[in-house]
Each structure stands twice: as C-alpha cells, then as structure tokens.
Design a protein around this ligand. Structure first.
Ligand code: ADP
Ligand code: ADP
Length: 228
C-alpha cells in the first residue's frame, strides 16, 4: 500500500526577477512501513521537500498525496520531527505534558492524553522521565521527547528533518536503532532527511538523492526482510 506520493513537485521561492527554484520535478513513492532517507548537499532542497510534504509550504506545481488525500494543509496522519529539538519542546511544561499537549489540542481528554503520553514515553525509552522538565534531560533524551510528541497521536507517516545532527555520535547510533524499533512498534512509514550517507544506508529501504542532477531514487532492498 502506497502511503506517500510526491508527483513532479516543483518549488520556486520568490517572484519574478528574484525567483529561485529550490526543487524541480521531484517524484517519489513510499509504501507503508518503509523508511526512505533523503540525502544531498546543503541547499539541495531537502527541507523544502519535507515542508511541501508536510503541507507547510505550497508547491509551485505537482502534488503530494498522503493516505490518498492531496495535501493542501498539514495532514492529520503526519507528524514532523526537527533537528532543533529544543525549540520543539515547551520548557515550562513537564515532559509528559509536552507529549500530551498535541493530543489535548486535538480534543482528547486531559486524563487520556496523559495516559497516552506516558505509554509513548515508555516506547521511546523514557520511562521514569515523565515528570521532569525538558532542560533536565540530555540532548538525546530531549530528542526522544520530541519524537514521542510526534508519535503520540499515532501518525501514519513520520517526517524527520536531520533529527540527529545535533547529538554526539554514540547518541546518534542509539537514536538510529530507536527509529528502527519504532517503525516496527508503531507500524509507521518514515521519511528522514540526513547529511550522513552511512545513516541513510543503515536505516533506509530506499534512498533519494537530491542534487543538481535529476533526482534519483535508489532502492536498497534486494533481499526480502528475514530471508537473508
Ligand atoms: P537543504 O535542506 O537541502 O539544505 P533547503 O530546502 O533548505 O535545502 O533550501 C534549498 C534552496 O532554497 C537553498 O538554496 C535555499 O537558500 C533556498 N531557500 C530556502 N528557503 C527559502 C525561502 N524561504 N526563500 C528563498 N529561498 C529559499
Ligand atoms: P551484526 O549484528 O552483524 O554485528 P550490526 O547490526 O551490529 O551487525 O552492525 C552492522 C553494521 O552497521 C556495522 O558496520 C556497524 O558498524 C553498523 N552499525 C551498527 N549500528 C549502527 C548504527 N546505530 N548506526 C550506524 N551504523 C551502525
């Protein structure tokens, strides 16, 4: 089942005279349960592509389809995690409230939202940190909170923009393994932008290379899972 389709998407910033084409004719397809990584040099348009998929930017032409619905505003079945975990967490709220808050905003009762938040925190390895404040946690743990915040409302698709660029190498490896375990546990589809080719190869079923040349999609899956 295809959950995400990007069809001939083009994004031009600015207007006549000062216009700049950030991405030009990008197409890709992601199936349920897959991890697709987007790599490419700085300025290649990776963040622009993610924002178009997330419904945070309008495409100039082409379209994005998530769960059979053409994206015109942020899809309810999609969550996004950013590199800058600090600005995605509210410092005056306890960890559990940070995770519960988007659920409450979607109409869930506070009690149920907190219960779901605690479950999700346990899933990302943060049992015991529920009552702490974000600033009492390490960078890697804060990024886990940001991931839990995205996962709590059970999205179909998780978009991650350079999620581990701001943490040390050891923490990055732990978080990469966390991503693989979350994919299985939450049965989600993940699109992850990274600078790190090793990370892309380690995590991805498919890698998209954005560069000056036409966009290419490389399929890394040649051996069906579990049959090596
Ligand atoms: P990447 O994430 O691969 O580094 P971006 O998507 O951030 O690339 O940016 C792609 C190009 O678009 C860059 O050249 C950048 O300067 C330009 N760009 C990004 N945002 C804007 C904007 N709001 N207005 C004009 N140009 C932009
Ligand atoms: P095995 O189970 O065969 O020992 P691993 O899964 O531990 O293999 O590692 C396979 C390869 O992936 C190794 O080259 C290792 O360095 C690399 N690797 C392991 N964990 C990570 C990680 N979290 N991020 C990036 N590379 C990793």
């Amino acid at each position: 089942r295809i959950v995400l389709e990007v069809e001939n998407v083009r994004k031009v910033y600015g207007s006549k005279g000062t216009s700049f084409t950030a991405i030009d004719d990008v197409s890709l397809t992601v199936r349920h349960g897959q991890i697709m990584c987007v790599v490419g040099p700085s300025g290649a348009g990776k963040t622009t592509l993610l924002k178009c998929i997330a419904g945070l930017l309008n495409t100039t032409s082409g379209r994005v389809v998530v769960d059979d619905v053409v994206v015109t505003s942020p899809p309810p079945t999609l969550a996004m995690v950013f590199q800058d975990y600090q600005s995605s967490l509210l410092p005056w709220m306890r960890v559990e409230a940070n995770v519960a808050q988007p659920l409450i905003a979607r109409g869930m009762k506070k009690r149920d939202a907190l219960a779901t938040a605690r479950e999700t925190l346990e899933a990302v390895g943060l049992a015991g940190a529920e009552r702490k404040y974000p600033w009492q946690l390490s960078g890697g743990m804060q990024q886990r909170v940001a991931i839990a915040r995205g996962l709590a409302y059970k999205p179909e698709v998780l978009l991650m923009d350079e999620p581990f660029a701001a943490v040390d190498a050891q923490t990055r490896m732990e978080l990469e393994d966390l991503v693989l375990s979350l994919r299985a546990r939450f049965d989600i589809t993940i699109l992850l932008v990274t600078h790190d080719i090793d990370e892309a190869v380690y995590l991805a079923d498919q890698v998209v290379v954005l560069s000056k040349a036409p966009t290419t999609v490389v399929d890394l899956v040649s051996i069906p899972f579990g049959q090596e």
